[in-house]
Design a protein around this ligand. Structure first.
Ligand code: PEP
Ligand code: MG
Length: 871
C-alpha cells in the first residue's frame, strides 16, 4: 500500500490521531465541519518514523508531497510561497497523538525573507507589522530549529528599547523592527556560521526536520517514560496558512475553554490579546484581557466565537480548549482539544454534560480517573507555594491529603497542645493503638517505620487523616522530642507540612485548599453504583467512620476490627486486667466489663447500618500490644490490679514473643483462651437482638469473622465453641436471629486448603495484608526498610502491600477462589486487606471473581468508580 506522508486538512478526521497527531486530527475535523480554519496540511507520524529510521533523511517522496501540498495551498489562497508580492506564509507546529511538553514549539511567519517581507509590506501597507513578523520568524527559527538561546534575541531587543527610551514593544516603529531584523540576522550568522536561509522551501524543510528531531529530544523522551507513551508513535507536523493577530486593533489572538477548567462553571473562560501574535499570550510579556472584554471590543467576533465554541463542544461532547486568532475582524480557529481540568472541574463538567443530554451516565463514569476522587475529597497544597517549599523528608504516601501543624512526639503531648488550640502533627517511630487519642487530634501523622499496612497507615486512612509512613530517613528521638533528617533537626513545636498523597514532608507551613466537594462525588458515585458488578464495603468500626463510609457509598461493613474498640482510657485498663488474669474467675470480671463496652459499640453499629451487611472480626493482634509500655502506665496498672510493678513487668516478659506477627494472635488466642471470643460473639448476638427488638427494620445478620485460620480443624473447633455461646444467648433471651460464621483468608495454607475450610465456614474474606506478609515473607511493619532498594534495583516493580502481587499472592487467591466455588458457588468471598481500596488491584480482584471488596471509608468512591469502569 502506498504510504501517504502528507494529508490535507480537508481529507482527515478526528479519529486519525495516530497518523495525524492530536492537533492535526482536530484541525482536519474542524475543516470537515466547515469551520473557519486556515488552510493547511499535516505531515504524518509515518513520515516522521520513516525519517528517523532512514537516519535523518527527508525522502524524495516526502519532499515531493510537501511541494505538491504547498502548491495546492497556493492555488486555494491565491498566494505564492516565496512570492515578492502577497507571499504565502505558513506556521509549522508539531503534534503527536498525546500532547507532549518538551516537543518543538511553533514557528510562525515561515516563508518570510528579505524579499517577501517587501511583498508583505506592499500587500498590507504596514511596514511595522511586516518587520515585526520577520523578526519573530528569525527569533523562533533561530531558537527552535538552530538552538540559539532565546535570550540572545531578547537581550538585543531590550538593549534597543532602552537605547531608544521605549517602555514597551508597542512603541517600536517600522524602522526599529527593521534595524532589529538586521541585528537578529547577525546573531543567526554568528551562532550558526551561516546566513539565515532565504529560500522558503529550505526554511520549511529545516523546520520539518527540527520537529521530527524533537521527538527524540531528552525532555520528550523523559516525558514519554513518565507517562508510558510508546516511543514508536512519532510526531506529525502541521503546516498552515498564517493568519495575523498582530495586524492592528481589530486583530488579536487568544485561548479559551468552553467551561471553567478550575471550577467546571459553564461559560467561556479564557484570555486574549489584541494586536498580538501566537506566543505573546503564553509568554506573559503583555497581560492578556479576560475573554468577556472581547464582547465590548469586537462584539460580532465575540458572538461568533460563542457560537463556534458551543458547536465544537457539542461535536466533541466534552469541554474544549480552543486557540483562535482574529485577523482584521475575521475569526479563525487554530486548535481545539479536550481541555485539561482540575478534579472538581472534571466532576462538574461530567455531571453538567449528562444533565444537558450530551453524554450518558455510563460515559461520565468512564471519563473520571479514580485518582481524581482523592483530589476532590482531600485537601491539596496550593501549587504556587509548593514550588519553593523545602522538603524535609519523604516516605510512603500512606493516607492522602495535605496538612500543616506543629510537631509532637507523643500522643499525650499532641493531645495537650491540641487542647490549647494548636494544630498538631504527631511524629512517632511507629504508632500503636495506644496512640489513638493523639492521632485523632492530629492534622497529620508521620512515622519513621512501618509500611502501607502499618497501624498508622490503616488508622489514618480510616479517619481520612493525612499520613506519611515509613520515613526511614527521619531519625525520631521520642525521648529528646526531636526528629532529624539529613542535617536538619526539628524540635517539638516546630511547624511542618505533610503531603500524604505524595509522601512528602516539608518544613514550615504551606497553605492548602480544602477538598470538600461531597455533592459532586455523591452524584457520580450513585451513577457508578448502578454499573458496579461487585460490592464495595467499608473497613470501619467507629461511629464516625461508619457514618463517613455510608455517606461515601459503602454497602455495609466488610471489616470491623474489634481490637480497635479496646483502646480508650477505660477500656484498655480492663483489657490489661484481662490479660493479667491468671484464673478463670479473674478473667471473667474484666471480660464482662469489656462485653458491655463491646455491646455499646455493636448496638451503635447495627443501628447505623439499618440492616446493611456487617462483618465483625474477632480479636486479632497479639496480646502484648495492649500492655503498658512506660513506667507510669505500669505503676498505674499495678495500682488498679493490686499488684506490684515487678509482677506486671514479669507478666509482660512472659507475654513477650520473638515473632509476634507469627505468634500468639488471632484464632490462636482463642484456642488457648476461648473465653475472649465467646464473650465477643455473645456481645454481637445480644446487641443484634436488642437493636432488632427496638426496630425490626434494623434486623442484622451478623457475620462473625475469625482471623488467621490456617486449617479446617482450627475453624471447626472454634466454630463449635462459638455456636454453643450463641445458642446460650438464644436460650437466655428466648430470641433467635440468623448469623454467619466465616473466616479470613490470610494464611497461605488456608488458601491452599480453602475447599476443606469451606465445609465449616459460611463466608470468606481475603486479608491480603497478612497474606502478602506471609507469602513474600516480608514483614508488613518493616518492609519499608528494604522495599525501596528492591525497587531501585528493579527486583520489584511495586510495593506488594500497595498493589496486589498478582503473580504470587494473586495465584494463591485464585486457587482459593476456585476451590471455594468448586465446593459451593454461592459462598460469599470478599477482600478486606488494604489493596481492596487500590484501583489497580481492584481490577485484578474483580477478574478472579471476588464478590466484594472492603476498604477504608475514604477510598470507597474511587473503588466504586473503578469497578463501574471495569463493567
Ligand atoms: C489483613 O491482614 O489483610 C487484614 C485485613 O487484617 P489486619 O490488617 O487487621 O491484619
Ligand atoms: Mg490480618
Amino acid at each position: 500500500m502506498l504510504v501517504k506522508y502528507v494529508i490535507d486538512f480537508s481529507k482527515g478526521s478526528k479519529e486519525q490521531k495516530d497518523l495525524l497527531g492530536g492537533k492535526g486530527a482536530n484541525l482536519a475535523e474542524m475543516t470537515k465541519l466547515k469551520l473557519p480554519v486556515p488552510t493547511g496540511f499535516t505531515i504524518t507520524t509515518e513520515a516522521c518514523l520513516d525519517y528517523l529510521e532512514k537516519k535523518d533523511e527527508i525522502s524524495a517522496e516526502l519532499d515531493t508531497e510537501i511541494r505538491q501540498h504547498i502548491e495546492s495551498m497556493e492555488r486555494r489562497t491565491k498566494k505564492r510561497f516565496g512570492a515578492t508580492s502577497d507571499p504565502l506564509l505558513v506556521s509549522v507546529r508539531s503534534g503527536s497523538k498525546f500532547s507532549m511538553p518538551g516537543m518543538m514549539d511553533t514557528i510562525l511567519n515561515l516563508g518570510l525573507n528579505d524579499e517577501t517581507v517587501i511583498g508583505l509590506i506592499q500587500k498590507t501597507d504596514d511596514a511595522r507589522f511586516a518587520y515585526d513578523c520577520y523578526r519573530r520568524l528569525l527569533q523562533m527559527f533561530g531558537d527552535v530549529v538552530c538552538g540559539i538561546d532565546k535570550n540572545r534575541f531578547e537581550e538585543q531587543l531590550d538593549f534597543y528599547k532602552s537605547k531608544k527610551k521605549y517602555c514597551s514593544d508597542i512603541e517600536m516603529q517600522a524602522e526599529d523592527w527593521q534595524e532589529l531584523v538586521a541585528v537578529y540576522k547577525d546573531i543567526f550568522l554568528e551562532v550558526t556560521h551561516r546566513p539565515f536561509p532565504q529560500d522558503p522551501y529550505e526554511q520549511l524543510t529545516l523546520a520539518v526536520e527540527a520537529v521530527f528531531h524533537s521527538w527524540n529530544n531528552r525532555r520528550a523522551i523523559t516525558y514519554r517514560r513518565l507517562h508510558d507513551i510508546p516511543d514508536s508513535l512519532g510526531t506529525a507536523v502541521n503546516i498552515q496558512e498564517m493568519v495575523f493577530g498582530n495586524f492592528g486593533t481589530a486583530s488579536g489572538t487568544g485561548v479559551a475553554f468552553t467551561r471553567n477548567p478550575a471550577t467546571g462553571e459553564k461559560g467561556i473562560f479564557g484570555e486574549f490579546l489584541l494586536n498580538a501574535q501566537g506566543e505573546d499570550v503564553v509568554a506573559g510579556i503583555r497581560t492578556p484581557q479576560p475573554i468577556s472584554e472581547l464582547k465590548l471590543l469586537l462584539p460580532q467576533v465575540y458572538q461568533e466565537f460563542l457560537t463556534l465554541s458551543s458547536l465544537l463542544e457539542s461535536h466533541y461532547r466534552d469541554m474544549q480548549d480552543i486557540e483562535f486568532t482574529i485577523e482584521n475582524g475575521k475569526l479563525y480557529l487554530l486548535q481545539t482539544r479536550d481541555g485539561k481540568r482540575t478534579a472538581k472541574s472534571a466532576f462538574k463538567v461530567c455531571i453538567q454534560l449528562v444533565e444537558e443530554g450530551i453524554i450518558s451516565k455510563k460515559e461520565a463514569i468512564q471519563r473520571i480517573n479514580p485518582t481524581m476522587v482523592t483530589q476532590l475529597l482531600h485537601p491539596v497544597f496550593e501549587p504556587d507555594h509548593l514550588k519553593n517549599a523545602q522538603v524535609f523528608a519523604t516516605g510512603l504516601p500512606a493516607s492522602p491529603g495535605a496538612a500543616n501543624g506543629n510537631i509532637y512526639f507523643t500522643a499525650e503531648r499532641a493531645k495537650k497542645a491540641s487542647e490549647q488550640g494548636e494544630k498538631v502533627i504527631l511524629i512517632r517511630q511507629e504508632t500503636s493503638p495506644e496512640d489513638i487519642e493523639g492521632m485523632v487530634v492530629s492534622e497529620a501523622i508521620v512515622t519513621s517505620r512501618g509500611g502501607m499496612t502499618s497501624h498508622a497507615a490503616v488508622v489514618a486512612r480510616g479517619m481520612g487523616v493525612c499520613c506519611v509512613a515509613g520515613c526511614e530517613e527521619i531519625y525520631v528521638d521520642e525521648f529528646l522530642e526531636q526528629a532529624t533528617a539529613g542535617n536538619v533537626t526539628l524540635h517539638q513545636g516546630e511547624t511542618i507540612s505533610v503531603d500524604g498523597t505524595t509522601g512528602t514532608i516539608y518544613r514550615g507551613s504551606i497553605p492548602y485548599v480544602e477538598g470538600d466537594e461531597w455533592q459532586l462525588l455523591e452524584t457520580i458515585t450513585d451513577w457508578a453504583k448502578e454499573e458496579a458488578s461487585i460490592g464495595v464495603k467499608a473497613n470501619a468500626e467507629t461511629p464516625a467512620d461508619i457514618k463517613t463510609a455510608l455517606k461515601l457509598g459503602a454497602q455495609g461493613i466488610g471489616l470491623a476490627r474489634t481490637e480497635h474498640m479496646f483502646f480508650g482510657e477505660e477500656r484498655i485498663v480492663e483489657m490489661r486486667k484481662m490479660i493479667l488474669a491468671q484464673h478463670e474467675e479473674a478473667l471473667m470480671i474484666p471480660l464482662n466489663k469489656l462485653k458491655e463496652f463491646q455491646k455499646e459499640d455493636f448496638r451503635t453499629m447495627f443501628t447505623l447500618l439499618k440492616g446493611k451487611p456487617c462483618t465483625i472480626r474477632l480479636l486479632d493482634p497479639p496480646l502484648h500490644e495492649f500492655l503498658p509500655q512506660t513506667e507510669e502506665e505500669i505503676t498505674h496498672l499495678a495500682k488498679e490490679t493490686q499488684r506490684t510493678p515487678a509482677e506486671i513487668k514479669y507478666r509482660i516478659e512472659e507475654l513477650h514473643e520473638q515473632n509476634p506477627m507469627l505468634g500468639h494472635r488471632g484464632c490462636r488466642l482463642a484456642v488457648t483462651t476461648p473465653q475472649i471470643y465467646e464473650m465477643q460473639v455473645a456481645a454481637i448476638i445480644e446487641s443484634a437482638i436488642e437493636v432488632a427488638q427496638k426496630d425490626t427494620a434494623n434486623t442484622n445478620v451478623p457475620e462473625i469473622m475469625i482471623p488467621l485460620i490456617g486449617s479446617q480443624e482450627e475453624m471447626q473447633w472454634l466454630r463449635e465453641r462459638l455456636v454453643q455461646s450463641i445458642q446460650k444467648v438464644f436460650d437466655n433471651t428466648g430470641q433467635e436471629i440468623p448469623y454467619k460464621i466465616g473466616t479470613m483468608l490470610e494464611i497461605p495454607r488456608a488458601c491452599l486448603t480453602a475447599e476443606k475450610i469451606a465445609e465449616v465456614a459460611d463466608f470468606f474474606s481475603f486479608g491480603t495484608n497478612d497474606l502478602t506478609q506471609l507469602t513474600y515473607g516480608f514483614s508488613r511493619d518493616d518492609s519499608g526498610k528494604f522495599i525501596g532498594a528492591y525497587q531501585d534495583k528493579k527486583l520489584l516493580k511495586e510495593d506488594p502491600f500497595q498493589h496486589i502481587d498478582e503473580e504470587g499472592v494473586g495465584t494463591l487467591m485464585k486457587i482459593a477462589v476456585d476451590q471455594i466455588r468448586n465446593f459451593d458457588p454461592s459462598i460469599k468471598i470478599g477482600v478486606c486487606g488494604e489493596v481492596g481500596g487500590d484501583p489497580q488491584s481492584i481490577r485484578f480482584l474483580k477478574k478472579i471473581g471476588v464478590d466484594y471488596i472492603s476498604c477504608s471509608p475514604y477510598r470507597i468512591p474511587a473503588a466504586i468508580l473503578t469497578i463501574a469502569q471495569e463493567g
